[in-house]
Design a protein around this ligand. Sequence first.
Ligand code: NDP
Length: 294
Amino acid sequence: MKAKIIDGKLIANQIKTELIQEIEKLEIRGFTPGLATVLVGEDPASNAYVRMKEKMCDEIGIQNFGYRLSGNTTENELLKLVDDLKNDHKVHGILVQLPLPKQINEQNVINAIPVFKDVDGFHPTNWGKMMIGEESFLPCTPAGIQELLIRSGYSPENKNVVIVGRSKIVGLPLANILIQKAPGANATVTVCHSKTQNLAEHTKRADILIAAIGIPEFITADMIAENSIVIDVGVNRVEAPEKKRGYRLVGDVNFEAVAKKAKAISPVPGGVGPMTIIMLMRNTVKAMKMANKL
Ligand code: NDP
C-alpha cells in the first residue's frame, strides 16, 4: 500500500483532549455544558450513533440528557419535547437523531430547534449564516472533514476538491464550507451527483476527492488521480456471515485498490466517523459559551 492513512480516530482524540482541558477550566468557573440527545424509534444504526455520542459526552465532561421516544411518537409530541428543551437552561445543545419516522416532518422539527441550540447545524438560519460566512454552528460531518484535512496536513486551500454526493448533511454543506473565502477553505469545488455525466472525468481531476454516496466501494482506482487525497465518508453495512454481528462496515471507496494509487486516504471505520462525533461535542461547548456570553 502506498497511501498514508488519514487517521480520523487519532485526530478526533487530539480534539477530545483539547475539549477536556477546556471543559475542566469551564467547570472551575461553575459552567457545565449540556447536550440533549433525542432518539425516536428503534433504528439500529441511529441507536448506535446516539449511544456513541452519549458515551463521548460522558468521557469529556458534557452533561447528557438522553430521551428515547417510541416509534409511534407524533410530530406534536416531539415538538413539545423540543420546546421543553428550548427552555431548559442546563441544555445548551439539542440533537434530534435523523432520520425520523415517516409520520414526523423532519424539517418542522429542525425548524423548531432554537438556532442557538442547533448543534447539528441543520437549522435554516445556521445554513444561511454558513453560506454568507458568518459565525454559526457548522454541520458536524462537513466540519469534521474540513478539520480532518487541515490537521492531517492536506488543507483544501487552493486545491481542486471534487465531492461526490450533494446531500443536505454532507455534500451540499461541505461544498459551501470549502468555497468560503477563509483560511482552511479557498478551494475550487466541484459537486457531482447521480445525474452527473462522465463522473470519472470529474473525479480524476481532483487533488482532494470526497466520496459521500452511500454505495459500497463505488470509487475505484481508475476513477482517481495518481497521488490524490481521498476522503471516504461512506458507512455501508455489507453482509459478513463470518462476523459475530453478521455484517462489516465498508466505505464508498474501494480502499485496497485506491490506497495503491492515492497519496493519502481516510479509512472506514476510523476516518470521518470519529470526527463527526467530536465536532458535535465542540459545537455543544460553543453553544454553552455563547449562552453564557463567555
Ligand atoms: P444520501 O443518500 O442522502 O446522498 C447520496 C448522494 O450520492 C446523493 O447526492 C446522490 O445523488 C449521490 N449518488 C448516488 N448514486 C450516485 C452515483 N451513481 N453517482 C454519483 N452520485 C451518486 O447520503 P448521505 O449524504 O446521507 O450519506 C452518504 C454516505 O455517507 C452514506 O454511506 C452514509 O452512511 C455516510 N455518512 C457518514 C457519516 C459519518 O459521520 N461518517 C455522516 C453522514 C453520512 P442525487 O442527489 O442525485 O440523488
